[in-house]
Design a protein around this ligand. Structure first.
Ligand code: ACO
Length: 381
């Protein structure tokens, strides 16, 4: 039996490989800096809305007032989903919400009049429709599986407020709306992460936007990507009281376990997105008379100070779970929340790939046996 002679240098996991150029986002993991189309995430989180960030990512520049109004109207008009897709959601309602989302987006392709059109103009129109429809799918599925009446989209509400309204059946207040609006802004785009890469690979074959978004949703589902927000909140609930933090965390570290919501492949200092979720977790907790969860999180930050010297700092998920928990969003919807926010980033990267396409097709180095003798099945013993 012979084997291939030499092993070339491998880039396993494509770690450190620069795939292409991009104008969608810039990440500096050493400085803790994140820009969308040149704009600092802090400015966007503090002053912008999700709708404005959608415009920025799809068109590459900030909108004028009239341009933003037009996009906002288009999003509001596009929120409903066909009855047939609601039927599909009913059929698969027992599955994980990410499986339901993936299936429903796939089904939407059958009802989109431009599904197969891969021109830039049609892809932008489809991106707007899909960005608007994804929250409706997530909320509709949750109500169906809970045995509740569906709540139709409300065109008087913003993207974030309407999502909470469709989910809970009541209009959220300003604080609740802003917490989710900021959460969506912070999740909107993040370079060549696994799901955006999957969307690009699919688009690079000439497939359409629905196909690329289905790939992205499937890729986001895995625990190495979908975030650790639910694990953080589970840990916080288990700790229960701020006084119990020190003992709990010291034991975790002594056992060599990882503190969820800390550490990042790219960021070696605090993830710039964490700051804004921290602020939301604090203000929401105070407003809702539940400051305890934020206090527990802050004590965890203090106790884990030595991790920071090793480049293990807070990531965006650390405070996100508490925000979702306070807003009564069930644990298994935390990853779909990420998907709702990431929709414009996926669409922007598909558009970028389509504009200057090259088939993404790396190589594998074969390490199995070579030139084996084929033995007929009846002679194999
Ligand atoms: N708590 C304690 N120690 C940690 C943590 C953590 N959260 N994260 C990394 N370390 C330690 C590892 O044990 C390892 O130590 P060692 O060198 O002594 O073995 C060292 O830091 C390097 O860890 P790697 O896993 O090699 O680093 P990598 O950059 O590949 O990991 C990851 C990044 C997967 C995010 C990791 O930090 C982790 O598991 N964090 C917890 C889960 C989490 O919060 N995930 C969400 C990521 S953000 C997002 O998806 C939106």
């Amino acid at each position: 039996m012979s084997f291939p002679a030499s092993t070339p240098e491998l880039a396993r996991g494509l770690k450190g490989v620069i795939l292409d150029t991009t104008e969608t986002s810039f990440i500096d993991g050493e400085a803790g800096k994140l820009l969308y189309c040149g704009y600092n995430i802090h400015d966007l989180a503090e002053h912008s809305t999700f709708e404005e960030v959608v415009y920025l990512l799809l068109y590459g520049h900030l909108p004028r007032l009239a341009e933003l109004r037009e996009l906002d109207m288009a999003l509001r008009r596009s929120r409903s989903i066909p009855k047939e897709v609601v039927d599909v959601i009913r059929l698969v309602q027992a599955a994980h919400p990410m499986d339901v989302l993936r299936t429903a987006v796939s089904a939407l392709a059958a009802f989109d009049p431009e599904a197969k059109d891969t021109s830039e103009e049609a892809t932008i129109r489809k991106a707007i429709r899909l960005i608007a429809q994804v929250p409706t799918i997530v909320a509709a599925h949750h109500r169906i599986r809970s045995g509740l009446e569906l709540v139709p989209p409300n065109p008087d509400l913003s993207h974030a407020a309407n999502f909470l309204y469709m989910l809970h059946g009541r209009e959220p207040n300003h604080e609740e709306t802003r917490a989710i609006d900021v959460d969506f802004i912070l999740h909107a785009e993040h370079g060549s992460n696994a799901s955006a890469f999957a969307a690009r690979v699919t688009a690079s074959t000439g497939a359409d936007l629905h196909a690329a978004i289905v790939s992205a949703i499937g890729t986001l589902k895995g625990p190495l990507h979908g975030g650790a927000a639910e694990a953080v909140m589970r840990m916080v609930l288990e700790i229960g009281e701020p006084e119990r933090v020190d003992e709990y965390i010291h034991q975790m570290l002594a056992e060599g376990r990882r503190i969820m919501g800390m550490g990042h492949r790219v960021y070696k200092v605090e993830d710039p997105r964490a700051r804004h979720m921290r602020e939301r977790a604090r203000t929401l907790g105070e407003k809702m008379g539940q400051p305890k969860w934020y206090r527990i999180l802050e004590r965890i930050v203090e106790v884990t100070a030595p991790l920071r010297d090793r480049g293990i700092s807070l990531n965006v998920d650390f405070f996100a779970g508490a925000v979702y928990y306070l807003l009564d969003i069930p644990e298994d919807l935390f990853i779909p929340m990420f998907a709702i926010g990431r929709m414009p980033g996926w669409c922007a990267q598909v558009l970028e790939q389509m504009r200057n396409n090259v088939l993404i097709r790396p190589l594998l180095h074969y390490v199995g046996p070579m030139d084996l003798e084929y033995v007929p099945i009846e002679a194999r013993g």
